[in-house]
Design a protein around this ligand. Structure first.
Ligand SMILES: [Zn+2]
Length: 406
């Protein structure tokens, strides 16, 4: 079969569908993708040959498109393995997944153990070591989820954080045969949510991450892989209080000065020093050693300062999230935040967001999902970036790499 652009386009479309629906039928793919039955058949034959999909032997009755039973088709998770790495303020996190995104091996190195002046070298060592320890065969590709954005030309991270200035994708790629890609870490997580979530994600949604900083991906599957304006998503610097705290960006009252972990800790340390007899101070005598867990414990115990600080955080975050529903074509916001793992805070946030939207006739369809905290999420998302790049963005790799390998 000649691999034309049309064949590659259909291959990418079917693989995108099958990553989201690993068990399906030909008729269902025809119905949901809008491709012709002939195009789907040709593509499926090609994918069966490549052992990316297979028939399970089961039949599904009453499938769309015909009254007859349809053969069930399954995506083959062990077709190949992908690697992912997240770089963040806690260090390097690595995951090796199968083609369906299930984590087979994970490893991490805390930031304080890294020589940041040789970060590309540290990353290469971790990848080599992990491939060896995991025992998986050669990787098909590798994705790096970076804090900030990647300058596609230089392969460097565009960020004002000096920790990452020695990162070079080109330097890392030189050491490996498999292709490598890098992208903003939260955009990777949103992509992972779209391609590989147990409860299927919609085709458009917002993915809001609150960690040391705040960033939001406005995900749209019709614009998969588009290079966006780098300022879109920086909602941490959205002003929510005119005369609020002075943010590092030079403005006052930015959202992140209320909700980011960095700012919550900064304020808690000041309160700790000012009031050494507070409950917060009793949890951790050294203010410099305060963690988010101390803040959460103090909130449960009813520490006055911490409770007011978190009430403000919830208030301003709820306003921002309600505004997101009003300004973007989304029905769902995913929230990835350690802070909101606590049921009571999650509940309070819900109760503050949705009354703001009751005036809308469609408000009952709007949803907030707080994702369970997982320190491996960014690394697994890096592997999803690799899987997406390999199967959907560059389906030609399915054919060219095979030729190159003889
Ligand atoms: Zn700011």
């Amino acid at each position: 079969m000649i691999i034309t652009d049309g064949v590659l386009k259909n291959t990418a479309r079917v693989l995108e569908y099958m990553l989201r629906h690993p068990l399906t039928t030909r008729a269902q793919i025809v119905k949901d993708t809008g491709l012709t039955p002939a195009a789907v058949s040709n593509t499926m034959n090609l994918l069966v040959q490549k052992k990316i999909i297979s028939e399970t032997g089961s039949e599904v009755r009453g499938a769309p498109g015909s009254g007859r039973s349809q053969k069930q088709i399954a995506f083959q998770p062990d077709f190949g393995f992908f690697g992912g790495l997240e770089i963040n303020m806690s260090g390097l996190h690595l995951a090796i997944t199968n083609a369906a995104g299930s984590v087979q091996y994970a490893a991490e190195i805390p930031l304080k153990q890294l020589d940041l002046s040789r970060i590309s070298h540290e990353i290469c060592t971790l990848i080599e070591d992990s491939i060896q320890k995991s025992g998986v065969p050669a990787l098909k590709g590798f994705g790096i989820a970076v804090p900030g954005h990647l300058d596609q030309e230089s392969g460097r991270i565009l960020t004002n954080n000096p920790n990452w200035k020695h990162f070079s994708l080109g330097e890392i790629q030189k050491n490996f045969q498999f292709p490598m890609w890098a992208h903003n870490n939260i955009e990777c997580m949103a992509l992972g949510q779209y391609l590989n979530s147990k409860q299927q994600a919609p085709t458009r949604f917002a993915y809001l991450h609150i960690g040391p900083g705040v960033y939001c991906s406005f995900f749209n599957s019709n614009k998969l892989g588009d290079v966006k304006n780098f300022y879109l998503g920086e909602i941490g610097h959205m002003v929510v209080e005119r005369d609020g705290t002075l943010c590092e960006c030079g403005k006052k009252g930015c959202l992140q000065t209320y909700v980011s972990e960095t700012w919550l800790l900064k304020k808690a340390r000041i309160a700790h020093t000012a009031n050494p007899s507070s409950y917060l101070a009793s949890l951790c005598p050294d203010s410099e050693k305060l963690t988010l867990d101390h803040i959460l414990d103090a909130a449960i115990a009813g520490d006055g300062f911490v409770s007011r600080m978190l009430d403000d955080a919830i208030e301003y975050l709820a306003i921002s999230m309600a505004n997101m529903f009003l300004t973007h074509e989304i029905e769902q916001i995913y929230l990835n935040s350690r802070l909101f793992q606590q049921e009571e805070l999650k509940q309070k946030l819900q109760e503050k967001i949705f009354p703001q939207l009751e005036f809308l006739s469609v408000s009952h369809g709007l949803k907030l999902s707080v994702l369970p905290f997982d320190s491996c999420r960014g690394a697994a998302a890096g592997a999803m970036l690799a899987s997406y790049s390999y199967f959907i963005k560059h389906p030609e790799l399915l054919f060219t790499l095979e030729l190159a390998n003889g």
